[in-house]
Design a protein around this ligand. Structure first.
Ligand code: FES
Length: 119
């Protein structure tokens, strides 16, 4: 089934390894926080929910990268996730990944298409 795409933000809102843009998605019938970030030119999106406990990751709104600006880091207990696929790289996530979003960048804007494991 085709999924409707929804505008998240303009492309200029995301700079490489800089602050992300927060937005909401519907996940199992409820509003859930989500975000997009840019890394090495590409845009990646995830639910803003740590795999350790259902806490938002960012330490200030939109701040998802660790101090080396390379990985995504949960501000609560320090779980580390790969920005390219959300896999757990270390810490309390214990191998559990972030929930990935389908996002696309086209014509100067970034769109949400759906949640990868939500059918
Ligand atoms: S809630 Fe994210 S590491 Fe514990």
């Amino acid at each position: 089934m085709a999924r409707a795409e929804r505008l998240i933000c303009g492309s200029a809102a995301l700079r490489d390894a800089g602050p992300g843009v927060r937005f909401e998605v519907e996940y199992f019938g409820e509003a859930a926080p989500a975000f997009v970030v840019r890394w090495e030119g590409r845009v990646y999106g995830y639910l803003n929910r740590c795999a350790h406990m259902p806490m938002e990751l960012d330490w200030n709104p939109g701040d998802f990268f660790g101090i080396e600006a390379r990985d995504l880091v949960c501000s609560t207990h320090g779980a580390v996730y790969a920005v390219t696929d959300g896999r757990c790289l270390g810490g309390p996530c214990a191998g559990a990944p972030l929930v990935r979003l389908d996002v696309v960048e086209r014509d100067g804007a970034i769109y949400f298409l759906g949640i990868e494991d939500d059918g």
